[in-house]
Write a protein that binds this ligand. Structure first.
Ligand SMILES: *Cc1c(COP(=O)(O)O)cnc(C)c1O
Length: 377
């Protein structure tokens, strides 16, 4: 059963071998027409992305982080506002809120899904009010590719007059009861960082919304706050466009995304079946369909497990070893009053296994064998 090939945590080279000719042709076309900024591929991509997920508008931009920032700017978030974010996430989620001058408030996550806890959120909203802050936005993260509980979040958001900006950097293509990520928030942001489920060959991102006014403000903000033309500045914006070359690459990759997501789901099902009796495997509520940006188990004695797997040729990663409220840059910010214990515990226990659409059965069998041997030794 041993795979002779080295096992990759993510295998972008295998994808590139499959798409090499199509991507080279796409790049060649951009070199021919020469519209490197806001060329025809950018508009074509936005239309395809919107159609793919069922959102009315897709506005592309320079990264997932900029997508978050642009969206909060477009919603008019500023000093004195509270933006609720899970602490168990990548720094960009809280960073964007802080950059607008608003106060990020850290919220705990649910122990089963690792996504934002509505109980913790409700107590954080009360805390914000007691601090004299205006509760404005919640940024749920679809961690590891599994959508947050938007139905429960919508109820809390309505009761507290919050807007939902979904951080779907890891979850583009995921569904809840057949409905796609991109349609659950007032706005949804995603990232095309190379290792995300849909990645380009550099930085890129997008915002999805059904709100025509929001889409139009986003388009203006990503181009220095432009009005009717380039030299008409109606608001203070930034330079946050997606390059035409990256759009061309994404158009080629989008054509095989649905197939790749099926492969990821097959790999995840293989891990579930083989590992659920020996370790703590991911839980998906019924109706939820993750895109498995990561396949993350929980283990005791993680350092020992990582070392043993490394010795057996199995690469792993830890997302995230430290929750944001324990990071130097963020530790003075407010935290949900009931504590952030689930996030703290998860950060000690999580371990992500090799996961990509090109993981062969033989390679996966080797990973599974090594994990079982390690955790039961
Ligand atoms: C990757 C990621 C981002 C940032 O995306 P970039 O394109 O790298 O800027 C934001 N939030 C989460 C949860 C992410 O995983």
């Amino acid at each position: 059963m041993d795979s002779p090939e080295p096992i990759h945590f993510v295998d972008l080279a295998a994808q590139q071998r499959r798409l090499r000719v199509r991507i080279a042709d796409a790049i060649e076309r951009v070199l021919e027409h020469g519209h490197f900024i806001m060329g025809p591929e950018v508009l074509a991509l936005e239309e395809r992305l919107a159609r793919f997920c069922g959102a009315r508008y897709a506005v592309s931009c320079s990264s997932g982080s900029d997508a978050l920032l642009l969206t909060l700017m477009a919603l008019g978030i500023h000093r004195g506002d509270a933006v609720f974010v899970p602490t168990f996430t990548f720094a960009a989620t809280a960073e964007a809120a802080a950059l607008t001058g608003a106060t990020p408030i850290f919220v705990d996550v649910h122990p089963d899904t690792y996504n934002i806890s509505t109980t913790s959120l409700i107590s954080a909203v009360e805390l914000a009010k007691s601090l004299g802050l205006r509760p404005r936005v919640v940024v749920p993260v679809d961690l590891f590719g599994q959508p947050a509980n938007y139905e429960a979040l919508r109820a809390v958001a309505e009761a507290s007059q919050l807007q939902i900006v979904a951080d779907a950097a890891q979850s583009f293509g995921a569904t809840i009861n057949g409905r796609m990520v991109g349609t659950f928030g007032d706005a949804t942001v995603t990232s095309f960082f190379p290792t995300k489920p849909l990645g380009c060959y550099g930085d890129g991102g997008a915002v999805f919304t059904d709100d025509p006014e929001l889409a139009s403000v986003l388009r203006s903000l990503r181009m220095h706050g432009q009005g009717s033309n380039k030299y008409d500045n109606v608001r203070i914006g930034v330079n946050a466009r997606l390059d035409t070359l990256q759009a061309a690459i994404l158009l080629a990759k989008l054509e095989i995304l649905q197939w790749e997501l099926e492969q990821r789901r097959t790999v995840a099902a293989g891990y579930d079946a083989a590992l659920q009796t020996t370790c703590s495997t991911p839980r998906q509520p019924s109706g939820y369909n993750s895109v498995w940006a990561q396949y993350t188990i929980q283990v005791e004695e993680r350092d020992r497990v990582v070392n043993s797997l490394t010795q057996r040729g199995i690469p792993t990663a830890v997302y995230y070893p430290r929750p944001l409220h324990l990071q130097p840059a963020y530790m003075s910010l407010p935290q949900a009053p009931d504590g952030l214990h689930v996030s703290e515990r998860l950060s000690q226990r999580v371990l992500s296994l090799p996961m990509h659409p090109y993981l062969s059965r033989a390679a996966q069998a080797k990973v599974i064998g090594a994990v079982i041997a390690t955790v039961t030794s």
